[in-house]
Design a protein around this ligand. Structure first.
Ligand SMILES: [Fe+2]
Length: 386
């Protein structure tokens, strides 16, 4: 069947984008009928002041709330379950989350457990959530995760040293309040890692086997915006226009990948992050160029489009040179962003790779990779990234 006639759906929450969006939390929580709100955030975001802006807005709307911030990067099973206990003990009826991917994914976990009355690990996989969660309002404070618009929640299971992916439209928030001002307190490393994560979302969505013309539109615009603004925003952290472009790029990448799903980079990054508790964006950045090299032959015209949108002029170059030019560009971008470590430098050894490859092969994101890898292919990709 022609590609344009295949069945595809596109799902996105209501979102409000712009400076000051975070201060609308109270109004929207009230509109959604909330009376007692669990605010899920983390200590770094509290310190940056963004959590208080949101709780002030809840107070101004006359709403009571309880704060839950016992969350570490890569949110863990027991953190979700502790949040559920607090949600239930305080008789909450709505969730507001302020932060990066960790608080947002944790809030999604708290939401689905509290209405479905099952353990968080029971929701692993695609469409495993049967009852809708309570209303959820997300205020993202990093330009990368897009958990605020996506149908993904990634939770770490430290007992098994793996991450589980929960993919369900039940974890798409009701409203995202996307405020680029919140990006101004990110340090250069966090800006780089989260921005490269967003770029990986756009690239993987654009070559995914579940892509559609709607996801293509957002993936390409995301890449255009992020290519132009990510490195400058690291160098000019207070420039709100650049932060705005990064945040918009991240949002568009999120709309693309939430619907087109991802690929081998994310499958392999989830496996790494689950075992070693590493920063998700850095894992993707380390692997991205190696996975592009592996996938290129499966969709050369799509990777050429990616290169063009990133600003490369490939006219007149033979196929092999086009691939080389794209790889060189991605590697330069990583270096300019300051993300230059290898897997060995973040603590991965050769003896880890067999198990990591097995987990990556079973990750739901692998299903939409444009080229089907064997376990040995994945091992080689990890080896090249050491
Ligand atoms: Fe990601």
């Amino acid at each position: 069947m022609a590609e344009g006639l295949e069945l595809r759906k596109f799902l996105a929450p209501e979102f409000i984008f712009g400076a000051g969006a975070r201060q609308l939390a109270g109004r929207y929580a009230k509109n959604l009928g909330g009376r007692k709100i669990l605010v899920v955030s983390d200590p770094g975001v509290v310190e940056a002041g963004w959590t208080k802006d949101v709780t002030d807005s809840l107070e101004a709307a006359g709403l009571s709330y309880v704060l839950f911030t016992a969350i570490t990067p890569n949110p863990k099973v027991e953190e979700v379950m502790a949040g559920v206990a607090l949600y239930q003990a305080e008789r909450c009826d709505l969730l507001v989350t302020v932060g990066g991917g960790s608080p947002i994914d944790c809030a999604k976990g708290i939401g689905i457990v509290s209405t479905n009355k099952k353990h968080i690990l029971d929701f692993e996989g695609v469409d495993m959530v049967t009852s809708p969660m309570p209303p959820l309002i997300c205020i993202p404070t990093t330009g990368g995760t897009s958990a605020d618009v996506s149908q993904f929640a990634i939770i770490s299971n430290p007992m098994e040293r793996v991450k589980i992916a929960i993919i369900s439209k039940s974890v798409v928030p009701d409203i995202a309040l996307i405020d680029p001002v919140t990006l101004t307190t990110m340090d250069p490393y966090l800006t780089a890692c989260t921005g490269l994560d967003a770029m990986t979302h756009a690239i993987e969505a654009f070559v995914s086997t579940a892509r559609s013309s709607m996801t293509d539109l957002h993936a390409l615009e995301a890449l255009r915006l992020l290519s132009a603004s990510l490195v400058p925003s690291i160098r000019n952290p207070d420039d709100l226009n650049l932060r705005g472009d990064v945040m918009m790029g991240s949002l568009q990448a999120g709309l693309a990948f939430s619907n087109a799903i991802l690929g081998a980079t994310h499958a392999m990054a989830h496996s790494l992050g689950g075992a070693l508790d590493l920063a998700h964006g850095e894992c993707n950045a380390i692997l991205l160029d190696h996975v592009i090299e592996f996938n290129f032959a499966a969709s050369p015209e799509r990777f050429e489009r990616i290169a063009q949108v990133m600003g490369l002029d490939l006219r007149g170059l033979p196929l092999k040179e086009r691939k080389k030019a794209l790889l060189r560009h991605v590697r330069e971008l990583k270096a300019q962003a300051g993300v230059a470590r290898t897997l060995a430098e973040v603590g991965v050894g050769l003896s880890d790779l067999s198990l990591f490859s097995e987990h990556a092969l079973n990750d739901p994101c692998m299903a939409t990779n444009p080229r089907r890898p064997s376990k040995r292919d994945i091992e080689v990709l990890y080896e090249e990234s050491l």
